[in-house]
Design a protein around this ligand. Structure first.
Ligand SMILES: *Cc1c(COP(=O)(O)O)cnc(C)c1O
Length: 376
């Protein structure tokens, strides 16, 4: 790599170019087939993704937000219910809860940026919505499973259902088993920059329960069980054949892509040891697939600027917690104790460049820029 070229924080086009011939062939195959919505490519992708995730069923949908909405609806969450989730997440997580008519209850995070079990326990015990909490929606943020042992145990003790948000964690594990196989249902976004990304919008829901899978298949297409007869009120949230065919190519390479992310993370870990910056905390029991490699420090803007001066992009996931954003501020209930860790982290985190095609020479350039910037 030319030493002056820019290094992006993420690069979905590189993910296309890495498998260009196979993807072009897949696209051509669909165009020639004359069948463009819910056909053999979607069916094959669903079967392949279910096998990958270690679940019995996978149902392709239009995007990750819809995957969350339909997963919540399929497990029976709706108007008048409340769902515990986090504020330190993509806004879509919280938006999905409100889209089904439920109230989000936001709890704080632990030092590995996942739902804090103590915050969850307090919310379940002192339910600020007066007994309406029916589900927990943990987010495996940045590619690392939350403390699923604690979350599943508390949910069971309080009789609430678990729906996982796996949108940043395709291939992540908890105690050796894939995320998306623990909750009653789990939602994955297939947005282009995710670990498994389409070349457009896409999403998929996994479940081990036949009746939930059947509900999802109906909900994604007007509530139909048989064509033209709506058994329930559904919507249109279908995955198309082009995206499914592309995703099949990329799914076949997902394990090697995640391994490359882990190798880049290991190089960052080693380079940052002893420097005045917090490295990502590895949660014991979790197999991390590094959707993002996130560092934390007080002078986040200083580091960001120093990297930018060297042509290296970085990003912040996310600069404003959901409960402080204009649409949600002072409106969405918080768990007991508020969200001090969420608020502190939003001002200190920085996501370094992370994508499977990031070359060793680029990683070296990033590392020397980090060392220089942090040596002051
Ligand atoms: C990307 C993402 C979503 C939303 O997915 P879309 O496909 O953009 O609708 C939801 N939750 C999390 C944690 C995400 O990262």
């Amino acid at each position: 790599m030319d030493a002056s070229s820019k290094i992006p924080q993420t690069d979905p086009k590189a993910g296309y170019l890495a498998h260009r011939d196979a993807i072009d062939a897949a696209i051509h195959r669909v165009l020639e087939s004359g069948w463009y919505i819910l056909g053999s490519e979607v069916e094959a992708f669903e079967a392949e993704f279910a096998a990958f995730a270690g679940t019995r069923h996978a149902i392709g949908v239009a995007n990750g937000t819809d995957a969350l909405v339909l997963a919540l609806r399929a497990v029976g969450i709706g108007q008048g219910d409340a769902v515990v989730t986090v504020s330190h997440t993509a806004v879509a997580t919280v938006a999905a809860v409100e889209l089904v008519g439920a109230t989000p209850v936001l709890v704080d995070i632990d030092d590995a940026y996942g739902m804090d079990p103590a915050g969850l326990e307090a919310a379940l015990r002192d339910d600020p919505t007066g007994g309406r909490i029916k589900a927990v929606l943990p987010v495996h943020l940045y590619g690392q499973a939350v403390d699923l042992g604690a979350v599943l145990d508390m949910a069971e003790r309080h009789g609430v259902v678990v729906v996982e948000d796996c949108s940043q964690a395709h291939g992540a594990t908890w105690q050796g088993r894939g995320v998306g196989s623990f909750g009653a249902a789990a939602a994955f976004s297939l947005y282009p920059t995710k670990n498994l990304g389409a070349l457009g919008d896409g999403g998929i829901v996994t479940t081990g329960t036949h009746s939930i899978a059947a509900a999802l298949r109906a909900l994604r297409q007007y509530g139909w069980q048989d064509r033209y007869i709506s058994e329930t009120t559904g919507q249109n949230s279908r995955l198309d054949e082009l995206q499914a065919a592309i995703l099949r190519v990329k799914l076949a390479h997902l394990e090697e892509a995640n391994a490359r992310r882990q190798a880049i993370a290991a190089a960052y870990d080693q380079a940052l040891e002893g420097l005045p910056v917090e490295r990502p905390v590895r949660r014991s029991g979790a197999g991390h697939v590094f959707h993002q490699y996130v560092v934390a420090l007080d002078d986040r803007e200083g580091l960001r600027e120093a990297l930018r001066a060297q042509g290296i992009a970085s990003n912040v996931h996310y600069p404003t917690p959901v409960h402080l954003q204009p649409a949600y501020r002072d409106r969405v209930p918080l768990g007991p104790g508020g969200l001090p860790r969420t608020e502190r982290c939003a001002g200190r985190i920085l996501s370094l460049p992370m994508f499977p095609q990031l070359a060793d020479a680029a990683v070296e350039r990033i590392i020397s820029a980090l060392r220089k910037a942090l040596a002051r």
